[in-house]
Design a binder for this molecule. Structure first.
Ligand SMILES: *[C@@H]1O[C@H](CO)[C@@H](O)[C@H](O)[C@H]1NC(C)=O
Ligand SMILES: *[C@@H]1O[C@H](CO)[C@@H](O)[C@H](O)[C@H]1NC(C)=O
Ligand SMILES: *[C@@H]1O[C@H](CO)[C@@H](O)[C@H](O)[C@H]1NC(C)=O
Ligand SMILES: *[C@@H]1O[C@H](CO)[C@@H](O)[C@H](O)[C@H]1NC(C)=O
Ligand SMILES: *[C@@H]1O[C@H](CO)[C@@H](O)[C@H](O)[C@H]1NC(C)=O
Length: 759
């Protein structure tokens, strides 16, 4: 066996000595090494790795050993030729050699997952959003973070009217050509909670929480070489609109984000001249528009041409909880997973393996197996506070998921003397799921694996196990299905106005690496976090790129481009699934689909809207002129002149149809504008409808000409047969295409039980 291997190696060497004179490109390789194979003559693993590398055929370069790892896995990353990488696996002790995927893609990953490249598409067509200003309303910013370096940026845009508040904890030097503005809003908060205690939080734009620094760096973080999270991820990190400018408005403090401060910050951002506003902060679902500071402030922003992007909320499938920020003038973003995992697999004594995820980054378990016990037999199945008996000492403990937090369970196991923890989640947590930091070697497996492991313990009282920490895995084998709608992402229907489908779309929000506050314990430059809070700034960054590419587009046109070009199939070609159930997701979960930046650059048609349309919409849902004037105070409002026949007539890029009792027919109107390269173009419509509903479009062909760049159509939805009022929601879609562009809108059907607003 050994012999065959050697001759094969020799053959390869000969082949590559010939070949490598043509292609002597170096690439980064991740080399997994068996810890115990280190020959005793080497004092450290590092010395051993250097000697391995010098034993390879030339060229030799002392700098090719880039990193040595000893925590999440054993091994190193080296810059090697293909020939060298091919020979490496034959050296005793080398377990696996894998080519690293290009630079930054490894670290932040999401730009690559979104299809953004340096070669073509939205990045190159927008010069990375240079000159565009993104206002981030959040917990402030850690200005020293490398994500806000301004290397190579042009001067601060002239239109910028904002300022950088300085003070003892926020020197003038905190701002630069990247972080062009920073302000804090605390009056309303202090009125409510008393004066800020400076020794606990910073009375300045400084972020002592981490959330604001994370979201701002996702939207517009500059390129940072050698970023990482412990040893789990290393490489280049970057935001979406790498050259866009950031203006930070700190509105959230230890207890709360006060409504007065929110409104003041929104006003300020508009006056300062931002182009995009990104809000990853919620106030709960179900708020009326004129009772919601975000909706009120956002309408004014939209009136001034500023797009407002908000997170949909993290209420997942909880009943009665629905998306937040549902105003039709806001772009509402749900969260999805990407094709990357932080893998930590369980191997049982019987040799079976179960996929798990973990952000644990300390010393891994030794190579041997440890006795495995179930927490339910030794105190409390949930590993709740101080519940475990000392019998778990030196053992791996299987805890059930739910109730108390995952990281608390790990602390309880550690305090009882356990060496490791396997968390059997009560929801599907498999590939692509959010991973947690832990105080001891711990991983999380999905319910099916949890059941199998529980049964193994029952049948093998002296059973054993180990956890193998594999670090970051992209793509995976079998493939990590992606995107999936994240389990925590808030789902429709829209409780405030059922005729508007929300969320609008989904974007990456699971295990996102971005900058963090330096005030954290331990201090972290970068951290991994999950939530719709992380999804929103991805879309804010993409919107900034589109704003740069099309300076004349309205916020609604940008939003339309993002929605009608979103995709709905995952990397296996099937409809995007829901993480929790692995069932197909619906437009209530994913809205128009997953954002597709490069497609949004060329949407073909857009559904445009202006502030008068929103006023007409508010009239149509029964708001009086005086209620509306609370939100729009610089113009006279007369609902009998601007009102829409129904809220469903708002020129929205998606459809939500509510069949009221005794009505089986609903008609909605839309207007589309040709924004494609050709003025003479013909679009035909295609629909998909559930069997119980008929969709009729008139006209079904739109012929655009230089004189006619804006055309309208009417859709009639007819429910066939007898629909009981308890009927489940149904879904379909409408797609206009000229053979090249596909302008697609999802349709949701629900059956109202009385008034329009009660669903
Ligand atoms: C501020 O917080 C510190 C630390 O918790 C505490 O010792 C101090 O008494 C607080 N000051 C006031 C005025 O509350
Ligand atoms: C673990 O369990 C397997 C299967 O029962 C057994 O063969 C092995 O010896 C055990 N290892 C340890 C370290 O107990
Ligand atoms: C990193 O982020 C996670 C998720 O937001 C948080 O729970 C954790 O406390 C953060 N780590 C530090 C050191 O602040
Ligand atoms: C998922 O699909 C299965 C099979 O079609 C179905 O029985 C189950 O109710 C679905 N789960 C949810 C939460 O919709
Ligand atoms: C609103 O418009 C209608 C129709 O043009 C008009 O009759 C009415 O007087 C207007 N109301 C106000 C308050 O201006």
């Amino acid at each position: 066996m050994e012999k065959i291997k050697q001759s094969l190696t020799l053959l390869l060497i000969i082949f590559f000595m010939f070949f490598s004179s043509f292609a002597q490109g170096h690439k980064n390789y991740i080399v997994h090494v068996s810890k115990t194979h280190k020959p005793p003559i080497y004092g450290t693993h590092h010395q051993w790795y250097i000697s391995i590398l010098t034993s390879l055929p030339p060229p030799h370069d002392t700098k090719k050993l880039l990193y040595t790892y000893q925590h999440s896995f054993h091994g190193f990353v080296a810059h090697l030729t293909e020939t060298q990488a091919l020979i490496l696996p034959n050296i005793p002790g080398i377990l696996k050699v894998a080519q690293e995927r290009t630079g930054y893609l490894h670290t932040t990953r999401t730009p690559d997952f979104l299809g953004l490249t340096e070669l073509s598409g939205l990045w190159t067509n927008s010069n990375y959003g240079e000159e565009v200003i993104i206002g981030v309303l959040d917990t402030g910013v850690w200005p020293e973070s490398e994500s806000f370096n301004d290397d190579g940026l042009s001067p601060v845009p002239e239109k910028w009217k904002g300022e950088c508040m300085s003070g003892p904890d926020f020197p003038v030097s905190s701002c630069n050509k990247k972080l062009i503005g920073a302000k804090f809003f605390v009056k309303a908060y202090e009125a409510k909670y008393g004066a800020i205690n400076d020794s606990v939080q910073s009375r300045s734009p400084r972020d002592t929480d981490g959330h604001g620094t994370h979201t701002a760096s996702i939207a517009a973080g500059s390129v940072v070489k050698n970023a990482g999270y412990y040893d789990l991820v290393r490489g280049e990190a970057r935001g979406i609109a790498t050259k866009a400018r950031v203006a930070v408005y700190k509105i959230c403090w230890a207890e709360d984000c006060a409504e007065g401060d929110i409104l003041a910050a929104l006003e300020q951002a508009v006056d300062d001249g931002v182009d995009i506003i990104s809000i990853s902060i919620g106030r709960g679902s179900g708020l009326e528009y004129d009772d919601d500071a975000f909706a009120i402030g956002a309408l004014r922003a939209v009136q001034k041409g500023i797009l407002v992007t908000c997170s949909a909320g993290n209420d997942g499938l909880k009943t009665k909880k629905t998306p937040e920020h549902v105003a039709p003038w806001i772009l509402t973003v749900g969260a999805s997973s990407i094709d990357r995992d932080f893998r930590a697999d369980v191997i049982l004594g019987d040799g079976t393996m179960y996929r798990g995820v973990s952000l644990y980054s300390g010393e891994p378990l030794g190579p041997s197996y440890y006795p495995l016990v179930y927490a339910g037999n030794h105190g409390h199945r949930l590993c709740a506070g101080n519940s475990l008996s000392k019998a778990v000492k030196g053992k791996i403990v299987l805890c059930d998921g739910g109730i108390n937090s995952n990281s608390q369970k790990a602390r309880v196991v550690k305090e009882a003397g356990g060496v490791g923890m396997i968390l059997a989640n009560n929801l599907y947590t498999g590939p692509g799921g959010p991973a947690d930091e832990h105080v001891l070697p711990a991983t999380m497996v999905d319910p099916t694996a949890g059941n199998t492991i529980r049964n193994y313990i029952k049948s093998q009282p002296s059973g054993n196990a180990t956890i193998i920490f594999k670090g970051m895995v992209i793509g995976g084998n079998p493939t990590i299905p992606a995107p999936l709608v994240a389990q925590f992402s808030s789902r429709g229907p829209n409780r405030v106005t059922p005729e508007i489908l929300k969320p609008d779309l989904i974007a990456p929000g699971v295990n996102i690496l971005a900058s963090w506050t330096g005030a954290s314990i331990p201090p972290l430059k970068f951290n991994i976090s999950s939530g719709t809070s992380m999804a929103c700034p991805h879309v804010s960054g993409i919107a900034a790129l589109l704003r740069k590419a099309y300076p004349e587009w309205s916020p609604a046109a940008i939003k339309s481009a993002l929605m009608t070009t979103a995709y709905n199939a995952d990397n296996t070609g099937k409809t995007i699934r829901d993480f929790t159930t692995l069932n197909e997701s619906t437009p209530f979960d994913r809205g128009s689909g997953h954002v597709d930046p490069n497609k949004a650059l060329d949407p073909g048609l857009v559904y445009d809207l202006g502030v008068n349309d929103y006023i007409g919409f508010l009239c149509s849902i029964g708001y009086t002129e005086s209620r509306i004037s609370v939100m729009v105070h610089d113009q006279n409002i007369n609902c009998s002149t601007v009102g829409l026949a129904s809220p469903g007539d708002l020129n929205y890029p998606s459809f939500s149809v509510v069949f009221k009792p005794a009505t089986n027919k609903v008609t909605q109107r839309r207007v589309v504008k040709n924004v494609g390269k050709s003025e003479n173009v013909v679009y035909d419509v295609k629909v998909s409808s559930p069997p119980s509903i008929n969709i009729d479009i008139n006209p079904s062909r739109l012929v655009f000409s230089p004189e006619k760049q804006i055309l309208s159509y009417e859709v009639t939805f007819t429910a066939l047969g007898d629909q009981t009022k308890d009927a489940l929601p149904e879904f379909g879609w409408i797609e206009w295409s000229d053979g090249f562009h596909r302008v697609r809108s999802p349709v949701a059907f629900t059956w109202g039980k009385g008034s329009v607003a009660s669903i």
